[in-house]
Design a protein around this ligand. Structure first.
Ligand code: BMA
Length: 851
């Protein structure tokens, strides 16, 4: 029985009320307010109009009082029967945020102190037939940390190391402090007779074309010891037929099965094949009496992390079913600070966007939560691998304290058991940046204390995984791995975070060396990506503005201008100068909000393209590029590729090309020869003809050449080295656009410029725009000159543009389809189309209109 729905909610001062009074079954809660479960207090108060929406303006500050209060939830449920001998009634919470005392029928059944795991209670002794009550008291966090030791490192806030709660709730460099409270996960009452299935483990142990071997382990809890139990397993094809079946008596508390699946259909990432899912159905019987059932998706696949390549060199590559995957994707942060209230649909939308954006891996970053089931289910379905961090980010943690470590162990066990069967789950990772930054911060003198927390990532977690998930790769931290005296961010070992770009970190850096920052145009420029020969780039990125609609919707009137306090408030990073320096070197410094949106988005898109094309050209060495960050948790300006309203920024549309399994890439630096590459991430050889065309901005072709290309599976090949003077044919490098394309290869065209946008000789141009509302299309033509960064905007969230932020040659026509992801009406009359170099505001013409 699921207890989702409206519960009752109220707040009190600490000590104001006797808990037993509020927890009493008959307590009169008629004056309390209604609150959704799962959910959170902030959202409940917004829904009732008690607080203002916290992301509008500076309203988050106005809701800070919520943190100080004691919050109570109450509900009731009805049982048709109570448990008899050998039967159990349990209460399951998928998520309680954070310090909760739970009462059933007025009895305190237990306390919880961890938001990041599920909590189960046996309520057999107090559950009664008919009507039952649940009351939950949530303490303010301060009660639980105010007497605790403070550490000399805990980024963004001092109180969080002792509290097992999403770190980003306390604020991060992309989001405000929103200290949530409430019942954030689903609640169930479950009744069992005689025995139950506690958990199931599935793993593909061997694979060939003719057969897969799948091991299934089942842990059974017997409430009635003397009975004959048996377990049946069916592995079911998509069409409902049985692929394999087995049955065994349950003699002890666990049963192991080995099932052979003939001609298995494998689970692949969506770019390499089909993410085929079987279903596994496990049934527990006592005689013929069905006691418990367990069902979930099952993907047959093997996955390894190769730390050496075939030639014995260091590598960091995921090998799926024997095939090396070039990991393309981004880092995932919680899709909202108000985690309990994120609709399941938002997870599905974001994962659809990731797959449509040619991504095959997401890293669930350590400062959020172990995501909800819906997230991993969507990744299983869509063929996206998940790199899962354990929830330890940028702080020291009290690993000397037994209670804390017991809590951590419960959290690790709970999440490993919950997530280990997902075929999408590629790897566990111990923490975010802690090993690396501990070294940085001790070297700079910021930290003097020992490495508290170290034993979590280097002892506790690997110990648990060895027992519960031994076949899955584990990596202690991100970034991690060092050789020859380098620090943990060594490009020659393990994974790497590139924060030269944007944060201005200076590299190479030896372990123990004082870190250096270079806040200059040269220090923060994305051109520094080209010095980075990482084996795997697990974080790198730069800010871009959110889309106009996302910003305007959340700022008071009159504040939507460049330089406003509201705009500054949307940027939670330190030193806002970094973004200005980055743009100054590339687009020039923006002078108004329109330029800020355009320049920051163009810089991010071209910067990521520059870095990712470099990483991919070096794919004999580099095996992954995960952008920091995919999504936003509020309507701010950040490194995200998709903003809070699910409107992609320019970089996302660029990503459809720079993450495409086949990539044409032009490597070039001013004054140097041009190099033409074809990168093939697919397991198949491809061959065809590559066309290179050099255009003036008036659309004249001044140079053209074709090259026969034959690319091996998973390869990167240079096909030509071209002299700048030859291809320019007398034109200046700031006067041309170079296009790589192919009529025979399934590869997107790639357009490049030989100079940065601020130095291009682009003349102003006009656009012709024709809207066909009936067919949801917009046809755009550049009239007199090349149009750069053509942008379509509609004031609505979750709008899907078939393309956006593209360039058009004069006379070139582009048809863009615009739909709402869930079929809602679009405000067509408010469509704006513009280009970076447009002569005057473009008139949008309608050919058809529906009224
Ligand atoms: C890395 C991440 C995050 C942070 C980002 C941008 O440090 O792991 O902690 O938000 O860079 O600074």
């Amino acid at each position: 029985m699921e207890l989702s729905g409206i519960w009752k909610l109220m707040h009190f001062d600490v000590g104001e009320k006797n808990p037993l009074e509020l927890a009493a079954p008959g307590f009169d809660d008629r004056f309390w307010i209604g609150a959704s479960v799962p959910g959170d207090v902030h959202t409940a108060l917004v829904e009732r109009g008690i607080i203002d929406p916290p992301y509008y303006g500076h309203n988050d500050i106005k809701s800070r009082w919520i943190e100080q209060k004691e919050w109570w939830y109450r509900t009731t449920f009805t049982l048709d029967q109570v448990s008899e001998a050998g039967e159990k009634t349990e209460l399951h919470f998928a998520g309680l945020d954070t310090f909760a005392t739970i009462y059933v029928n007025g009895h305190e059944i237990g306390r919880t102190d961890n938001m990041l795991m599920s909590h189960h209670f046996d309520i057999t002794r107090i559950a009664r037939k008919g009507w039952n009550s649940i009351a939950i008291k949530f303490d303010p966090l301060s009660l639980h940390h105010k007497d605790k030791e403070l550490f000399d490192w805990s980024s963004y806030t001092k109180e969080r190391p002792w509290i097992r709660k999403a770190a980003m709730n306390f604020g991060w460099d992309w989001g405000p402090r929103m200290v949530t409270v409430g019942v954030w996960g689903k609640v169930h009452v479950k009744q069992y007779r005689h025995a139950k299935i506690e958990h199931i483990g599935t793993v593909t142990t061997a694979l060939s074309e003719v057969k897969a071997e799948v091991h299934v382990s089942a842990a059974i809890k017997k409430f009635l010891k003397q009975a004959d139990y048996r377990l049946t397993i069916n592995i079911i094809e998509r069409d409902g037929s049985i692929a394999a079946a087995a049955e065994q008596p349950v003699e002890q508390t666990g049963v192991g099965f080995k099932l052979d699946i003939p001609s298995p259909r494998l689970w692949w990432t969506h770019d390499l094949g089909e993410p085929y899912l079987y279903r596994i159905e496990v049934k527990l019987y006592e005689g013929d009496d069905l006691l418990d059932t367990y069902e979930e998706a099952l993907g047959i696949r093997t996955l390894e992390l190769a730390l050496k390549d075939s030639q014995g060199r260091n590598s960091f590559a995921f090998i799926l079913n024997g095939v090396k995957v070039y990991a393309k994707g981004a880092n995932w942060i919680p899709a909202d600070h108000l985690i309990g209230s994120i609709p399941d649909q938002k997870y599905c939308d974001l994962i659809d966007l990731a797959a449509e954006g040619q991504m095959n891996m997401l890293r669930v970053w350590a400062g959020g939560i172990y995501e909800k089931d819906v997230f991993y289910e969507a990744c299983d379905r869509k063929g996206i691998l998940v790199w899962q961090d354990f929830a330890f980010a940028n702080a020291l943690f009290p690993d000397f304290n037994r209670d804390f470590m017991d809590n951590v162990r419960r959290e690790v066990v709970d999440n490993v058991l919950r997530l280990r069967n997902h075929p999408s789950l590629a790897m566990w990772c111990g923490n975010n940046e802690i090993d690396w930054l501990y070294d940085m911060k001790t070297s700079s003198g910021d930290i003097r204390s020992p490495f508290y927390g170290e034993s979590i990532y280097h002892e506790l977690i690997p110990e648990v995984l060895e027992v519960l998930d031994p076949s899955r790769p584990y990596w202690p931290s991100s970034p991690y791995g060092a050789e020859s005296g380098q620090d943990a961010n060594d490009p020659a070992t393990g994974d790497r975070h590139n924060w030269q770009v944007w944060h201005g970190s200076v590299y190479p850096r030896q372990y123990g060396e004082e870190p250096v920052l270079d806040y200059s145009i040269q220090g923060v420029t994305f051109k520094n990506y080209k010095q980075d020969y990482a084996l795997f780039s697990s974080e790198f990125g730069m800010h871009a503005s959110a889309n106009r609609y996302t910003l305007e919707k959340n700022m008071p009137p009159g504040e939507f201008y460049w330089g406003s306090q509201e705009m500054a408030y949307r940027n939670k990073d330190t030193n806002h100068q970094k973004g200005i320096l980055l743009m100054e070197g590339y687009t020039g410094i923006p002078s108004d909000i329109e330029e800020y949106m355009n320049f920051s988005m163009l810089t991010q898109a071209e910067g990521l393209k520059y870095g990712i094309e470099h990483f991919r050209r070096n794919n004999d060495r580099n095996s992954g590029a995960l952008v920091w960050q995919l999504n936003d948790s509020w309507p701010g300006t950040s490194w995200a590729m998709i903003d809070y309203e699910l409107l992609p920024k320019a970089s996302y549309y660029y990503g459809k090309r720079f993450f495409h399994p086949l990539l044409l890439s032009l490597e070039y630096e001013a004054g140097e020869p041009l190099r033409l590459w074809l990168v093939n991430d697919t397991p198949d050889s491809v061959s065809g003809v590559i066309d290179l065309k050099v255009y003036t901005f008036d659309g004249e072709i001044v140079y053209a050449a074709s090259y026969d290309a034959q690319a091996d599976p998973i390869s990167s090949t240079m096909y030509a080295v071209l002299d700048e003077a030859e291809i320019l044919q007398g034109f200046g490098p700031s006067e041309v656009m170079i296009e790589l394309s192919s009529g025979s290869l399934q590869v997107p065209a790639n357009r490049s410029y030989l100079r940065d946008p601020k130095d291009l000789s682009l003349e102003k141009t006009h656009l012709h725009v024709q809207v066909d509302e009936m067919n949801s299309t917009v046809t755009i033509t550049a009239i007199d000159h090349m149009a750069r960064f053509v942008k379509l905007e509609l004031p609505k969230g979750n709008v899907k543009f078939s393309d956006n932020y593209f360039d058009l040659l004069p006379g070139e026509q582009k048809v863009v389809t615009i739909t709402h992801r869930h079929g809602e009406d679009l405000p067509w009359s408010e469509l704006r189309v513009s280009a970076l170099n447009e002569a005057s505001a473009t008139q949008v013409k309608q050919t058809s209109r529906i009224h």
